[in-house]
Design a protein around this ligand. Structure first.
Ligand SMILES: Cc1cc2nc3c(=O)[nH]c(=O)nc-3n(C[C@H](O)[C@H](O)[C@H](O)COP(=O)(O)OP(=O)(O)OC[C@H]3O[C@@H](n4cnc5c(N)ncnc54)[C@H](O)[C@@H]3O)c2cc1C
Length: 315
């Protein structure tokens, strides 16, 4: 099925094709997505953690059509029966290669192997092959799209924290940082074999933390608290409340907190900007320490639940 849009939409919403597949490590599959429509891809500045949407085919292997889509595309898509409309999920642009009609988006997809159950995104990734087609919703050059949360402003030190789903975003951020950037990145991954090569400024130390069978967050949580010099509390207890849609950034609050400054109390965190993303329980536990106990100024932190264990992402 060929889908063309007439640019009624500010973003790209169109079919692309897998042009290469590479198993980077036990848990990461890298795909390149190509198509003439990507000639219009572009963002105003560095990519950092630029997110995009991917629509994976339905169980029969078919994609919905967005031909002629206009502002009502979201509702129109939701009106298609769930078994037919395919599955929409959020991913990060890990890199952009080529130019013009040869532009390819690089996306690193996690296989979620240690989860027991996998969703349509991970299942698609496990079988991805050159020539496969899916739909992407991505920024069109010169048009407003949003989707970049990394905003350190004038911070003098960075704290980047990720589980495997946010590793692509942190790797992209590290590559886009200025050479004099300073800070630390803590990257928890399922197994030792998932430690990837990553380029970044010399002043940003990168700590890879393979779980190797331990629960999610078991490595990254104490490592981050120790880095901040705070008493090490544990991750969440089973049964603790976790918002699967946790999204607390300086400009948005999923919990409805006022989006305005709260003052740093008692700890010298001035100059630090923290970007923390991954499984919602892991992020919630860190948030409790950084915001409640350390009283970090919410303008200096972005806490983002990228997924929730046991909960299929709502499309
Ligand atoms: C801004 C942003 C950027 C992201 N970037 C990336 C990226 O670059 N790469 C990446 O891999 N991910 C990324 N993610 C995370 C990704 O969107 C989620 O991991 C997404 O849930 C994957 O979709 P899925 O279809 O594989 O799993 P989903 O269907 O959404 O399910 C999520 C998890 O729920 C569980 N689950 C699902 N179905 C069942 C079931 N029937 N029974 C029990 N448990 C179940 C599984 O644990 C599964 O892994 C990003 C998320 C956000 C918000």
């Amino acid at each position: 099925m060929t889908v063309t849009t007439d640019h009624a939409l500010p973003m790209i919403l169109d079919e692309v094709e897998v042009t290469s597949v590479e198993l980077l490590s036990p848990s990461f599959v890298r795909v390149e997505l190509g198509g003439a429509v990507l000639a219009d891809f572009g963002v105003d500045g560095p990519l950092y953690d630029q997110r995009i949407k991917l629509v994976f085919p339905n169980d029969a292997g078919n994609l919905p059509s967005f031909e002629g889509a206009d502002d009502s595309w979201w509702n129109t898509w939701l009106e298609i029966p769930a078994s037919e409309r395919g599955h929409m999920r959020t991913y990060t642009v890990r890199d952009v290669r080529g130019t013009g009609v040869d532009t390819r988006l690089v996306v690193d997809l996690v296989l979620h192997l240690d989860d027991g159950a996998t969703g349509p995104g991970a299942e698609w990734a496990a079988r991805a092959a050159v020539g496969d087609r899916l739909i992407t919703m991505a920024p069109r050059r010169g048009r407003e799209f949003g989707g970049i949360e990394f905003a350190p402003g004038t911070a003098t030190s960075l704290l980047l924290v990720a589980d495997e789903t946010a590793v692509p975003a942190v790797c992209s951020i590290l590559e886009d940082l200025p050479p004099d950037a300073v800070g630390a990145a803590f990257l928890e991954v399922p197994v030792r074999g998932d430690v990837l090569d990553v380029r970044g400024p010399e002043g940003v130390e990168v700590f890879w933390l393979p779980r190797d069978g331990q629960p999610l967050g078991a490595r990254v949580h104490p490592a981050v608290l120790a880095h901040l010099g705070t008493p090490v509390g544990g991750p969440l207890d089973e049964g603790d409340d976790v918002d699967p849609d946790l999204w607390e950034t300086p400009t948005y609050s999923s919990s409805g907190e006022p989006v305005e400054n709260t003052t740093v109390v008692g700890h010298d965190l001035d100059g630090l900007y923290a970007w923390i993303a991954g499984e919602s329980g892991m992020v919630t536990a860190l948030r409790r320490h950084l915001v409640r106990e350390l009283g970090m100024d919410r303008r200096q932190v972005a806490f983002m639940g990228y997924w929730r264990r046991g909960v299929a992402m709502r499309s």
